[in-house]
Design a protein around this ligand. Sequence first.
Ligand code: CP
Length: 309
Amino acid sequence: QTHLLGIEPLHPVEITTLLDLADTYVELNRGPEKHAAVLEGLTQVNMFFENSTRTQASFELAGQRLGADVMNMAMQASSIKKGESLIDTALTLNAMHPDLLVVRHPHSGAVNLLAEKVNCAVINAGDGRHEHPTQGLLDALTIRRKKGRLHRLTVAICGDIAHSRVARSNIWLLGKMESRIRLVGPPTLIPSGARDWGVEVCHDMETGLADADVVMMLRLQKERMSGGFIPSEREYYYRYGLDAAKLARAKPDAIVMHPGPMNRGVEIDGTIADDINRSVIQEQVEMGVAVRMAAMDLLARNLRDRRAA
Ligand code: CP
């Protein structure tokens, strides 16, 4: 691939190749030396037009560990504030010859549009409610390491599906890997056409979590609910917040996932989030660095091949 804009265009073999490479970076990151010079001589620019803790930090760390020159654009202090467009901003940076652009943007499709205008590799770090491909990949790596496979699992994705790019990337990825996906949440937060995505839809946690191998919780994305229905947090927690009683419906060895940021007491009980026997939330963060190293490594190989041709 020239870019990593979403999971949708990826072939299962490409996903497996990336996850296999990421496994090797997990080992590197756990060792005393955390460096491999595969991006030496390349310039990585991180452009985050929306807040981030995990994704931005892990892309920065991943680039540094692979030897790239890493620049974090402070988008809040950029000339975007003076009215410069996304495309003009991208063209300006493109003129400085970056090799990898990592972009997060609040609008669905903005990163794909930007990728058409530049002559370097672009990675989507989350665009609106469209896709968050490296999150889907890091979730897959976490599941594969915990469950030993990605096929024939029952994965319950619970909460605000309507506004979630994480849900969409996971649905694409787990569907390609032939797992069974259940979307669980209130009718107002699951798109009416969701069944066309090849998933089951449940509106109560008791049915949705029954015999699940993986329980993936999502937060209410209030920043994307402008003008729409916003549920009361108290009622939401009662009906859809993951607590011990609801989790008891899943398989005894089911893992609990959350992409973060987490709202304790809203979509998940704090004791479940901290239960090291069930929750893999911190492992997800660890896998994030390895997956982003693997993604940039593979894109850089492709970039070098194209430039050499
Ligand atoms: N999961 C995720 O994208 O987290 P951040 O918004 O903190 O990057």
